[in-house]
Design a protein around this ligand. Sequence first.
Ligand SMILES: [Zn+2]
Ligand SMILES: [Zn+2]
Length: 365
Amino acid sequence: MAQAGVAAVPQTMRAWALFGPDDLRPVTKPVPRPGPAEVLVKVAAVAICGTDLEILHHGLPALVEGELPFNGQHVIGHEYVGTVVALGPDVDEFQVGDRVVVEVHAGCGRCERCRHGMYTSCLNYSRRSKGHRANGFTTDGGFAEYAVNHINTVYKLPDHIPFDEATLIVTAGTALYGLDVLGGLVAGETLLVVGPGPIGLMAVACGKALGASVILAGTRESRLRLGQELGADWVVDVRRENLADRVRELTEGQGVDLVMECSGAPDAMNQALYSTKRGGKICLAAFSREPVPFDAAYMVRNNIYLYGIRGEGRGAVKRGLALMAQGKISGKPFITHRFSLDELPKALETAEKRIGDAIKVVVFP
Ligand SMILES: [Zn+2]
Ligand SMILES: [Zn+2]
């Protein structure tokens, strides 16, 4: 079976490689071959993420070995799905023809953090020799026809979830990892989501699916409206209302139990603090560009817990897949634009400039 699949795979493929900051070029590359514990995926759809644009302009968000990413070889794109077309030696966990969603990080599997399921915070981050991979970050990603993936980062996709919608499962994984570190059992809790980008909006949808009451805060009216469609019980336009005052009004003066901060805005940390109930928890899921001053004394006086997450750890992508398979969340409302792989620069521009109110731009190889 595997041999038949391998035979059908061509020697070379189309891909986009990074040659320097803002220098992305179409290239022909050898199709990678899966090694032990790996499968080769024919990419069917890949969504553009804000982080792709960051890498394109500034390089990788974490320190890496070697000359990545501007070496004329490196392929980015990390929110992709596709079909297994070849298996590495002794791989029997998947079959050629399986439709799959791919999560970003395969940790080294041997460091303390990986052993705790925190493979997005692998202590051997970027060290290929130790087994670490992060698709589209430290190893080649999905702006290509094919990509190799460790089997631990691949999940079978039921037939009824279309490929384009499935690109949102990794986004749901990040939102669910945040809800996991906030305690996991969110039914009956009040959850404030700050920042209606894709992760924030997915946090709204996942929070609702898991039984929380959700307040969404942001500045863009169209995004707040979408948040309402996704189930937010209340939305707050922070240009018009003071967030903490409004949150206290909505929560009988107490504040919310949980906050997911997905904006990275400079004042978001204090806004989150002042909106949190005494003894509540805040999870930061966005990068702020600069160091952010915050009211640490308020946090201590009110026994507020603060967490930071990186990506989609502890098997959260599998949970996102389950929620989508059960119809409790959907990728559909997020997808605003579609392009072919040849049109990648136009697709990236559409995502970056939010042309036509773009939320998720999906590219099809
Ligand atoms: Zn992403
Ligand atoms: Zn590790």
